[in-house]
Ligand binder design. Structure first.
Ligand SMILES: [Zn+2]
Length: 453
């Protein structure tokens, strides 16, 4: 009885103040970062127009790990954020035996890419995002960096696990305004890239903070739905873009904290304005200012356990192209030719053209207080809108570019409207064709299974 009265008392303190009470239950939390800036010539990824390795380093880039929970029970949950355009699932698979040795379970690890277009191109990511095959020395450098990054990711996780100490978890949501819908529309059809001022966009900034026993933030994790593309293809320097500057500013504001940034359903949103390094800094500062404002106000406490689930599904592609269509594509130059020749060779070797995309969906549940959903790929804003409607925007956090970046994940609406996110981008990603509309139903249904009421 005494315990329940004490719990009710604690709950009242929490509800009345809205702040995390020092008497709240704690959970072991550790955070760490590893510098992943290349110190040799390697090609950056994200724009097919680049033809040479990077010229210089505008900003250091990082792999950061946040480990939550002790070794008992299901073990810790680990978030790993990487300043990169896309960390493929195959790379995580390569690191997995070593991560498993650290005591991790697969459903309790999430690897998030920042989708910065100014970081090295990894083996297995968007294979045809180039005009031609890479020269041998660049191919070698790309293999070297991919190997190194695998080691650095394991190192970041090991360090975060080793640093775990009792902390309180809490969260809240704010808003940042620099994401702009980039699909310029006319008569309900996609016409090109630009700013579509009345197009849908998700400006919410969910924020999780872990505070040590002395109330100092040890980790700050923010999630924002916007492409990490303030810098264009003409900018050939290593940089974390707005996400890198946001992390840098948060860590300057809160020197005790490791700052982690993940990306929401921002596949059809670009930062606005864009095209200059000072705009990337400006967006990063705007996000960090909102974090500072939120951390000065009330936060909602989170229970000290996380229920983690993961389910692999298959998203069907639409009708596959005919052999004649592949033959025609194979004669083209640039990415389209590389893509066409790849699939024509596949057919000539008698191998099947994939009819579906393997798609692992994960969810982390903090009791009834907060549910996090992790979706692979470049997920468009409609998924945030639909999932928020179904599961409640006040307790849902949606991260995209998580556990894999296999291609864009278009919604039924975007498949109807057509354009880059539905079709052209699938060439760069080496997918045979667009997704089928049923992909949307499968994603929504799987999230509902992972987040039962
Ligand atoms: Zn993208």
């Amino acid at each position: 009885m005494a315990t329940s009265f004490r719990s009710i008392g604690l709950l009242l303190v929490v509800c009345l103040s809205g702040l995390v009470s020092a008497g709240e239950p704690t959970i072991p939390v550790g955070a760490a970062r590893v510098d992943i800036t290349p110190d040799y010539a390697v090609r950056l990824s994200g724009y097919s127009s680049r033809r040479t390795p990077f010229e210089s380093v505008a900003q250091r880039i990082w792999a950061k790990a946040l480990a939550i929970g002790g070794d008992g029970g299901e073990g810790p949950a680990v978030l790993l954020t990487v300043d990169n355009c896309g960390v493929p699932a195959a790379l995580v698979d390569r690191a997995w035996p070593r991560l498993q040795q650290l005591g991790l379970r697969r459903e309790r690890l999430v690897v998030c890419s920042s989708h910065s277009h100014t970081a090295p191109w990894l083996i297995g990511f968007a294979p045809f995002l180039a005009q031609d095959e890479l020269p041998a020395d660049e191919q070698e450098a790309r293999e070297r960096y991919t190997r190194q990054l695998t080691d650095w990711m394991v190192e970041a996780v090991a360090k975060a696990l080793a640093r775990r100490a009792p902390a309180h978890l809490s969260w809240t949501q704010g808003e940042v305004g620099f994401a702009a819908n980039r699909r310029v529309m006319k008569d309900e059809r996609w016409t090109g890239f630009g700013v579509q001022a009345d197009g849908p966009v998700d400006h919410r900034l969910p924020l999780l903070v872990a505070r040590s026993a002395d109330e100092k933030p040890v980790a700050v994790w923010a999630n924002y739905a916007c492409h990490c593309t303030t810098l264009g293809g003409d900018f050939n320097q290593v940089c974390g873009d707005w996400s890198g500057y946001a992390q840098e500013c948060i860590e300057a504001d809160f020197p005790s904290a490791t700052a982690l940034v993940s990306i929401g359903c921002g596949a059809d949103a670009n930062p606005e304005p864009r095209g200059r390094l000072e705009y990337a800094e400006q967006h990063g500062r705007a996000l960090a200012d909102e974090v500072k404002r939120l951390l000065a106000g009330p936060l909602r406490p989170l229970p000290p356990q996380i229920d983690c689930r993961r389910k692999q599904v298959e998203l069907p592609f639409g009708e596959l192209p005919s052999r004649a269509a592949w033959e025609e594509a194979a004669r083209a130059g640039g990415s389209r030719g590389l893509h066409g020749r790849y699939f024509l060779n596949l057919i000539e070797r008698g191998e099947p053209v994939p009819a579906a995309l393997p798609y692992p969906i994960a969810a982390w549940k903090f009791g009834d207080a907060l549910s996090m959903v992790f979706l692979p790929g470049e997920v468009v804003v409609d998924y945030a809108t639909m999932l928020n409607q179904r599961h409640g925007a006040d307790r849902l956090w949606i991260t995209a570019y998580a556990n894999d970046v296999p291609c864009y994940i278009a919604s039924k609406r975007i498949l109807r409207e057509g354009g880059y996110e539905a079709d052209q981008s699938m060439i760069f990603y080496g997918r045979p064709t667009r997704l089928a509309p049923e992909a949307e139903d499968i994603i929504l249904q799987t999230v509902a299974e992972l987040l039962p009421k």
